[in-house]
Structures are given as structure tokens and as C-alpha cells.
Design a protein around this ligand. Structure first.
Ligand code: EPU
Length: 338
């Protein structure tokens, strides 16, 4: 384990923000993680996974611990299902590709989501009608103060829309070290009802898709709509889609009959934040090196040298404009490091 000093985090966060870590260390095993947690001279301790869902607005005046614990292992399998344990430092999309190569179904709709396995449960990642929780069995996490490994069942994780125990009551108390998933080996439950996937398959003349073809459809859609962080710094959806109550929804839809929405229960409605932001005129706008993506207004981008504070200012400007125009408050989905 090598401890580096005054280390730039630019290559370690997909927004490409050039914040510095006073100390930086990469851990490759669970034991290395325990060792560094035990060392009291490095405080505070900041855990970094894939760096794909955070906005660094300042330097980190402590030690950044980059989780690089690798490995995928089959725990059990029968004719129908396989159970896999994936270590926290495995890249999410590479894991999805690995499962597809082995013919395992369940993750195909979540192809190309940036980030690592260890951060996937924190916000219950999801796309195109599927969420991590749909194939999640359990995860193992190290308790930060006792350094003990604790197993969390699906119920323990209290997953919701981009929510979990780890973002709420459990915030900053655990470090996820591995995730166990149950996938299908045959009779895959394909979920192609999401409009964009259906259209993409039809356009490619695919009527009876397999899991790889669904994954390819998702990859094509995402590549068209979402910027590649290697080319343009970003953190995927910067905001959550707001969920509003019946009264708010009725008022909103009377004023905006053309607005898209998803009914999520008899009393709750989700409104796409991307639509709200576009209506406020921000789509494709650039302010210095901070901007709003031209194809998806939910995504804020760094054209090169934006600081975290500049991105944050733009986010605040957008939140205020949306609230003024629609009386609906949108909130960030990314983790703001302030
Ligand atoms: N829309 C606009 N303008 C925009 C963006 C979207 O009018 O600039 C409209 C679209 O036309 C559509 C609706 O908003 O009617 C929904 O758009 P889309 O299907 O692109 O999905 P989203 O709600 O914007 C969510 C997730 C994405 C995920 C997609 C697909 C959140 C916060 N975002 O976006 O997740 O890929 O659905 O399932 O829930 C991420 O979390 O990083 C992410 C990219």
C-alpha cells in the first residue's frame, strides 16, 4: 500500500474536477482497507469508488481511500439461476459485459452505467425500468469504526428510487466491500417495455431479442443521449426526477398538459427533471467551462477546467429557475462534497 501526497483526483472522478487529496491510497484487499482505517494519523478518511456520482467542490484535507478490490466469483448455481459475488472495486459496466458473456441475465438494462460495484447499492442504480435491487441478494460492508464485516440483506438496504440505507441512516458508517447478485441462466426476464428500448430493437429489426441484444440497444441509446465521461466530464443524471403528490401534480399538469410524467402510485407522480430544465431554457447552455448537456438536460458537464464550485453554482441557478417557473423543487442526485 503506497500512500501518495498532494494527489490530484482529476482522473478519479468522472466530472474531471481537479481537486487535491492531502493523502491518497489505493486498497486492493479487504485487509488493506482494514489496515488503513486503523491508522489514526490520517484523518478524516474519504472513501472513493468509481468517482462517478460525486461533485468535488473543494480539496480533501485527509486521506482518500480508493477502493480497488477486484474479483468476481460464482457462489452457487443451478439450472435456472446463478449467484455471484462481485468485489467492490470491479467496474460496473465491465461486470455487466462479463455476465452477458457467460449468458447470465438481469443486468442488461443497466449496461454502460458508470461507476463501480461498491457504489451501486448506495443509490440503488437503475436505468430503463430495471434497478439494482431487482437482482440484489446482499452486500458485505466494513463498519468504519469497528472494522468488522457486516452482511446486509436486501431488506436491510431499504432500497428506494436512487435511495438506500447507506445514503440515509447508514451514511458514512460503512464501506461496501462486495455485492452478491442473483441472475438468470435461462428464461431471462427481459424488460423491453421501456419506450426507447422497444424503438431501438424495432429499428434494428430485432423481434425476439436476447440479453446481449437488449444490452446493445441500451448501449446505443445511452451513447446517443449521454456524454462519455472520457470525452466530456459528467456524473450522469445530476438531479433526481422529482416525485410530487396528487395536488401538485394536478396543478402542474393543468398548466403543462404536454409534460411527460410517470404515475408511480395512486398519489405519487414522477416528473422528468430533464424536461423541466429544458423548459427553463438551459439545455445545451454553457457558462464558462460548466454546462448543461445538449442531448439530456439532466446532465451537467465540465468542458475542461470547471471547478466543482462553478458546477454547483450552475446547479443552484437551475434549481431556482425550475422552482420559480413550476413551483417544484428538484434536488441533486450526485453526492456533493462540500
Ligand atoms: N426529457 C426532456 N428533455 C431532456 C431530457 C429528458 O424533455 O433534456 C424528457 C424525455 O423526452 C422523456 C422524459 O423526459 O419524455 C424522460 O427522459 P429519459 O427517458 O431520458 O429519462 P430520465 O428520466 O431523464 C432516467 C434516469 C437515467 C436513466 C434514464 C433511462 C434519473 C435521475 N435518471 O432519466 O439515469 O438512464 O431514466 O432509464 O432517474 C443516471 O442516473 O445517471 C441516469 C442517466
Amino acid at each position: 500500500m503506497k500512500i501518495k501526497k498532494d494527489f490530484s483526483l482529476k482522473a478519479y472522478n468522472t466530472f474531471g474536477i481537479d481537486a487535491k487529496a492531502k493523502f491518497f491510497v489505493e486498497v486492493q484487499t479487504v485487509d488493506e482497507l482494514r489496515q488503513i482505517l486503523k491508522r489514526d494519523e490520517f484523518l478524516p478518511k474519504f472513501i472513493l469508488g468509481g468517482g462517478s456520482n460525486m461533485l468535488l467542490t473543494k480539496d480533501i484535507n485527509g486521506v482518500v481511500i480508493h477502493i480497488a478490490i477486484k474479483g468476481i466469483s460464482v457462489v452457487s448455481e443451478d439450472n435456472n439461476y446463478v449467484t455471484l459475488t462481485v468485489m467492490a472495486g470491479e467496474n460496473w459496466h465491465e461486470t455487466v459485459l462479463w455476465t452477458l458473456t457467460h449468458g447470465y441475465g438481469g443486468l442488461e438494462n443497466m449496461s454502460l452505467i458508470p461507476g463501480n460495484m461498491g457504489t451501486a447499492p448506495i443509490q440503488n442504480i437503475g436505468a430503463y425500468g430495471t434497478e439494482l435491487k431487482d437482482c440484489f441478494v446482499s452486500c458485505e460492508a466494513m463498519e468504519r469504526t469497528t472494522h468488522k464485516l457486516v452482511t446486509f440483506s436486501k431488506e436491510d438496504c431499504r432500497f428506494g428510487y436512487r435511495e438506500s440505507f447507506f445514503k440515509n441512516e447508514g451514511k458514512d458508517q460503512y464501506i461496501i466491500t462486495s455485492v452478491t447478485l442473483k441472475l438468470t441462466r435461462k428464461n431471462h426476464n427481459l424488460n423491453t417495455s421501456y419506450g426507447a428500448i422497444e424503438d431501438e430493437l424495432i429499428n434494428n429489426n430485432i423481434t425476439r431479442p436476447n440479453i446481449k441484444e437488449v444490452s446493445n440497444a441500451v448501449i446505443n441509446i445511452r451513447n446517443r443521449r449521454l456524454p462519455d465521461p472520457k470525452e466530456l466530464g459528467n456524473s450522469g443524471s445530476f438531479f433526481k426526477n422529482p416525485v410530487v403528490d396528487q395536488n401538485t401534480f394536478e396543478r402542474f399538469s393543468q398548466e403543462n398538459p404536454e409534460a411527460p410524467f410517470y404515475k408511480i402510485s395512486d398519489t405519487q407522480f414522477k416528473i422528468p427533471a430533464g424536461w423541466l430544465i429544458e423548459q427553463c431554457g438551459f439545455k445545451g447552455k454553457r457558462f464558462g467551462d460548466a454546462g448543461v448537456h445538449k442531448n439530456q438536460a439532466l446532465v451537467l458537464v465540465n468542458y475542461g477546467n470547471a471547478t466543482g464550485k462553478e458546477i454547483l453554482n450552475l446547479a443552484d441557478t437551475i434549481i431556482n429557475a425550475v422552482e420559480k417557473k413550476f413551483q417544484i423543487k428538484i434536488t441533486p442526485e450526485v453526492n456533493l462534497i462540500k
